[in-house]
Design a binder for this molecule. Structure first.
Ligand code: HMH
Length: 218
């Protein structure tokens, strides 16, 4: 079994809950209330700030230039089309993209997990969080890809950004990096990757739980 399949199997319950979630189902059928989408995107924009720093750290720790290039290209996508999606969608849904929301508890926990991984100096720790984040998003979004064109852009583009051949190749690359790094890890480092991976999947689930509930907002 590939190491990344092993890792996902350790978190199977949370994985299933995070990738077949009422929040993403409602988003994909267009029934998610706009204020819920706005609050989600405001929290997720805080997530993305930490994610960009984490991805930059992984680029810095990749073993070679060929190992780094796909991540660097993905960083360009997040800093470009994904960033402008956030700005347009938050603005259209009635928020102010220039005023960051206060982080909800689950968002703060995610930021802390990403900051720990980014600061660990351990490539496999960075990859563990990156693989969870991108693979779980590919998994929830792919079954909905055919509906994206018929949805308002704040729903449809969010699905399109996380499905299709380009995004599949990002996930394939990240998984391959982690599968390869795993081979050289001792048991202690492998257990640490398992731990981080599990924490990441649990946070993905809780992030969607909180988003569906409006992050505790009235
Ligand atoms: C919480 C969360 N996880 C993963 C992704 C995908 O990058 C995202 N945008 N937000």
């Amino acid at each position: 079994m590939r190491p990344t399949d092993h890792l996902r199997s350790l978190a199977a319950d949370d994985w299933q809950a995070a990738t077949r979630h009422g929040f993403t189902d409602a988003l994909a059928d267009g029934s998610l209330p706009k204020d819920r989408m706005l609050t989600y995107l405001q929290q997720d924009y805080l997530f993305v700030e930490g994610f960009v720093r984490l991805l930059a750290s992984a680029i810095a720790h990749a073993p070679s230039l060929p190992d780094a290039i796909p991540a660097a290209q993905f960083l360009g996508l997040i800093s470009g089309p994904e960033n402008t999606y956030f700005l347009r969608a938050i603005d259209t849904l009635g928020g102010d993209p220039d005023t960051p929301a206060p982080a909800a508890p689950v968002t703060a926990e995610f930021q802390a997990l990403m900051a720990r991984a980014a600061g660990s100096g351990r490539y496999e720790q960075m990859l563990a969080v990156l693989v969870v984040a991108e693979w779980s998003y590919l998994d929830w979004a792919s079954p909905h890809a055919g509906k994206a064109a018929g949805l308002p852009f704040w729903f449809g583009e969010w699905i399109t950004l996380h499905s299709g051949a380009g995004f599949e190749s990002v996930v394939a690359y990240l998984r391959d990096q982690l599968d390869t790094a795993w081979q050289d890890l001792d048991d202690t480092a492998r257990r640490a990757v398992e731990d981080t991976f599990r924490q990441g999947v649990a946070l993905e689930r809780r992030f969607f739980d909180a988003a569906l509930a409006g992050f505790g907002a009235a």
